[in-house]
Design a protein around this ligand. Structure first.
Ligand code: C5P
Length: 218
């Protein structure tokens, strides 16, 4: 008698896009739906920046930043302590350093390799971290829509925020992320584009789910 072992497929889904486009919500929904692990890779850059600040280390020393990045524990990333605006700014500065990216990409790839697979969201998942992902999405929305969403979110959490400042911050961060030489933010050639300006995040999830189901059937 022959035994056939049925091996569940290893699934990796890549979700990229600029800040506040809705990729976090979409990624969490996809991870829940397919029973996959989820990694918000932005947190790895944020945690590196925060660890440097906490230890009083400079933000502009690439070797020091890369050493801190290599020591990160991915199981200990908490968005609530890493969400501050200044940490996001500092994160996008350490994210231009190739040695920091190399250390973090290595950790992100190891995360993606653990069965049954994962949804990773960030800026370079489909292009650099997981170029062989089963499905890739590039989630975007107009800067104004993204600024309004971030603004509403801060107010909803009882905070204070200025819409014009948030918009300026988003545009500055977009420029830094798309303009850097190492792994700039751009859609992978085989990514599905999801523009959440009009469709909203729920409709984006439905569209993404259909595309993943189709890929799984192949
Ligand atoms: O997504 P989030 O706003 O938390 O990311 C913070 C910063 O980390 C981004 O502005 C970007 O510079 C950097 N980042 C990156 N590559 C990723 C994820 C985030 O360069 N895969």
């Amino acid at each position: 008698m022959t035994h056939r072992t049925i091996v569940a497929p290893h699934i990796v889904i890549a979700v990229d896009g600029p800040a506040a486009a809705g990729k976090g919500t979409l990624s969490r929904r996809l991870a829940d739906h397919y029973g996959l692990r989820h990694l918000d890779t932005g947190l790895t850059y944020r945690a590196t920046a925060r660890a440097l600040a906490e230890r009083g280390l400079p933000l502009d020393d690439e070797d020091v930043a890369a050493r801190i990045a290599a020591e990160l524990d991915l199981s200990d990333l908490d968005r609530s302590v890493l969400s501050a605006h200044e940490i996001g700014e500092a994160a996008s500065k350490v994210a231009v350093m190739p040695k920091v990216r190399k250390a973090l990409v290595e950790a992100q790839r190891s995360f993606a390799l653990v069965p049954p697979g994962a949804v990773l969201d960030g800026r370079d998942i489909g292009t650099v971290v997981c170029p062989d992902a089963l499905v890739k999405f590039y989630v975007t929305a107009s800067p104004e829509t993204r600024a309004r969403r971030r603004h509403d979110e801060i107010l909803g959490n009882g905070g204070n925020a200025d819409l014009a400042e948030i918009l300026a911050d988003i545009e500055r961060r977009d420029a830094r992320d798309t303009g850097r030489t190492d792994s700039p933010l751009r859609p992978a050639s085989d990514a599905h584009l999801l523009d959440t300006t009009e469709m909203g995040i729920e409709a984006a999830f439905e569209a993404a789910r259909n595309l993943v189901d189709t890929a799984l059937e192949r």
